[in-house]
Design a protein around this ligand. Structure first.
Ligand SMILES: NC(=O)c1ccc[n+]([C@@H]2O[C@H](COP(=O)([O-])OP(=O)(O)OC[C@H]3O[C@@H](n4cnc5c(N)ncnc54)[C@H](OP(=O)(O)O)[C@@H]3O)[C@@H](O)[C@H]2O)c1
Length: 345
């Protein structure tokens, strides 16, 4: 594809929408055709965010869905599925950042999200947009369900052990997220006074909705196999997850490291740290990278069956809008890393 790609964003005034505008504005092959907002319709983007990109904001009902090559939806789950259907029918490539098309089964969606899925016929057409696991499917998809932020990190951290049939469940994933992970809408939990100087576990165990994606993609089942302990931390962006893993063989940290390197050999956005180095937020925030580190329980030289694996991503980039642009590049046959070199403040 050599011509300019015309893109529209539905829900451009949220945190992931803002990040999409930033990435697409600087993408060498993309022209932003329209941005929608209900709250700020009739105003311009700088009225909603202190951004130097002067685009008008229009209501979603006025968006010319058939006049663009790709539509990104950055809406809350439940609010997205009907708009996805309209964009799909109009013929555009559709990339949905919400959870509405991530789970293959409408029963699982109803169970975890407490909502009836209204577009079940489209579920079969949706590719789960994690390129490291589903690149071929994404390349031929017309509808891409962009993964959740926590699951992106958890799945990439554990996939090499699942792929090589080494993992011994259960896994207990300790996860920490910056406050932008909860979106722009204020709630008591994300109020500055409640979140700042605090560290809050929430929906621990087998309760957080993102468990469903982790199970689906890793083939784990139930609280006997996966427990997830999310925490809210007072930083703007970034996710760090730490998992103690038990494996079926005895490996040195170097051997485990080799396994991860082989698994992610050609991946432009997976950064495997040397054995003994732990991923931190600073490794990934402001980039589209997923950084993974591992160490033995006692040392890195003796063969062992217990390891600590750490993983970090930027929730708004590899966890959302960066991955969405990566998926767009794959689906449109553009170089996968195009437009993703930006570092945000
Ligand atoms: N934040 C993250 O780190 C992250 C990561 C991965 C995935 N996601 C997913 O991406 C989607 C967008 O997340 P976000 O963090 O950008 O959310 P957000 O900051 O809350 O923004 C959502 C935007 O959607 C618009 N909107 C339209 N219909 C709405 C409705 N019925 N209720 C509320 N808002 C509505 C709102 O803009 P107007 O009022 O201007 O129209 C709002 O600004 C969500 O589904 C989220 O789960 C978020």
């Amino acid at each position: 594809m050599t011509q300019t790609v015309k893109a529209g964003i539905i829900g451009a005034t949220g945190y992931t929408g803002q990040e999409l505008v930033r990435l697409l504005h600087h993408h060498p092959r993309v022209e932003i055709a329209w941005l929608t907002s209900e709250t700020y319709a009739g105003k311009r983007l700088p009225d909603a965010f202190p951004l130097p990109y002067d685009y008008p904001l229009i209501p979603a009902a006025d968006a010319d869905l058939s006049g663009v090559d790709v539509v990104f939806l950055a809406l809350p789950h439940g609010a997205s599925m009907d708009s996805v259907n309209r964009a799909y029918d109009a013929g555009a490539l559709v990339i949905d950042l919400s959870a509405d098309f991530r789970l293959h089964s409408s029963e699982a969606y109803a169970r975890w999200y407490g909502l009836k899925h209204t577009q079940t016929a489209l579920l079969d057409h949706a590719a789960y947009g994690l390129p490291e696991l589903h690149r071929r499917e994404i390349a031929s998809a017309r509808l891409i369900a962009n993964p959740g932020c926590y699951p992106t990190a958890a799945i990439l951290a554990l996939f090499p052990l699942i792929h090589s049939a080494l993992l011994k469940p259960p896994v207990v994933i300790d996860a920490k997220s910056g406050v932008s992970g909860a979106g722009r809408k204020l709630s008591p939990a994300t109020h500055f006074v409640e979140a700042n100087e605090n560290l809050v576990p929430y929906r621990v165990g087998y309760r957080h909705r993102h468990v469903a994606e982790i199970e689906q993609e890793l083939g784990l089942k139930g609280p006997e196999e996966v427990l997830f302990i999310p925490h809210l931390v007072p930083v703007n962006r970034g996710i760090l997850e730490t998992t103690v893993v038990r494996i079926k063989k005895h490996y040195t940290a170097g051997q485990l490291h080799e396994l991860y390197l082989r698994c992610y050999d050609r991946e432009p956005f997976v950064n495997i740290l040397p054995p003994g180095s732990m991923a931190t937020l600073a490794h990934s925030v402001g980039t589209n990278l997923c950084t993974i580190g591992m160490t033995g329980a006692e040392d890195d030289d003796s063969p062992a069956d217990t390891f600590v694996v750490t993983v970090s991503i930027d929730n708004l980039l590899k966890g959302a809008s960066g991955q969405a642009v990566q998926n767009m590049n794959i689906a449109l046959g553009l170089p996968e890393a195009m437009g993703l070199g930006v570092t945000v403040p």
